[in-house]
Design a protein around this ligand. Structure first.
Ligand code: HEM
Length: 231
């Protein structure tokens, strides 16, 4: 993501010292339009797309990443504690993603539930400067206040970034080191809604490599599997 794609929309409403920018962002590789936030210092970004009709919807499409080869995380409920967290980081040319949750500040445990992620291959890549993970998050908008609500107009989300990768970066359940930068921001979900959502949703479900044990596909929860896919 280039900062210039967000700057023109937001500069007028922000003071000069601020390093976070929000605006509408269309990814040139996937063609998906997101309502996004970018932190210009770390290069962290998170963008979200929703269907036009939000009543009863529990799915969204998101893109997350940053500069370098560390990890990027989002809190779907704003704070860190007792909220559903998603983190992603590169492992070579692949991206590893994980759901996390914690009842206290400290390394969040892997979270399990009915929610799942499916990578969108044409929006997922690692290049010389950035990593980008684009995915469909199914059944991820929950009613238990661990995430924003389906009809939320301007909810608060949380972001976190570390330039260092988790210690076992090939594993989605790796212990995660603390972020070097984090914060909260308000996102305009009314601008994240699109009539193209169903089309973009159809991009999900690229080639996924699962952990294999003794010739049998390991019966592990979808969200704790290290995903490897090819653009
Ligand atoms: C997806 C991953 C993560 C996200 C999105 C996240 C987000 C946040 C946010 C937004 C805050 C600010 C306070 C709040 O709003 O609750 C925070 C604070 C904090 N986080 Fe995280 N966090 C993540 C992972 C981690 C990890 C892996 C650790 C430790 C190993 C950690 C340790 C802490 C601590 C100790 C604080 C308290 C404030 C401080 O000491 O700076 N977090 N986190």
């Amino acid at each position: 993501m280039k900062l210039s794609t967000l700057l023109p929309l937001t500069l007028s409403s922000l003071c000069a010292a601020q390093t976070q920018f929000t605006g509408t962002y269309t990814d040139t590789k996937s063609g998906i339009t997101f309502q996004a936030m970018q932190d210009s210092t770390s290069g962290y970004f998170f963008g979200i797309a929703l269907p036009e009709t939000t009543a009863g919807n529990t799915d969204f499409i998101a893109t997350i990443g940053g500069k370098g080869t560390g990890w990027a995380g989002v809190s779907l409920g704003g704070g860190m504690v007792n909220k559903l967290l998603i983190a992603a980081w590169p492992n070579g040319q692949s991206i590893v993603s994980t759901f996390r949750k914690t009842a206290q500040y400290g390394p969040p445990a892997v979270a399990t539930g009915t929610f799942s992620m499916s990578p969108i291959a044409n929006g997922t890549y690692v290049n010389g400067t950035h990593f980008t993970y684009t995915f469909l998050c199914s059944k991820c908008i929950l009613a238990d206040k661990t995430t924003f609500a389906p009809d939320a107009a301007q909810p608060t989300l949380g972001w976190a970034f570390n330039t260092a990768a988790p210690s076992q970066k090939a594993s989605a359940s790796s212990m995660m080191n603390k972020h070097s930068v984090e914060g909260n921001y308000i996102i305009d979900m009314t601008k994240a809604r699109s009539a193209n959502f169903a089309t973009w949703k159809g991009y999900a479900g690229g080639r996924v490599q699962r952990d294999v044990e003794e010739g049998v596909i390991a019966e592990v929860a979808e969200e704790v599997v290290a995903r490897e896919f090819w653009a």
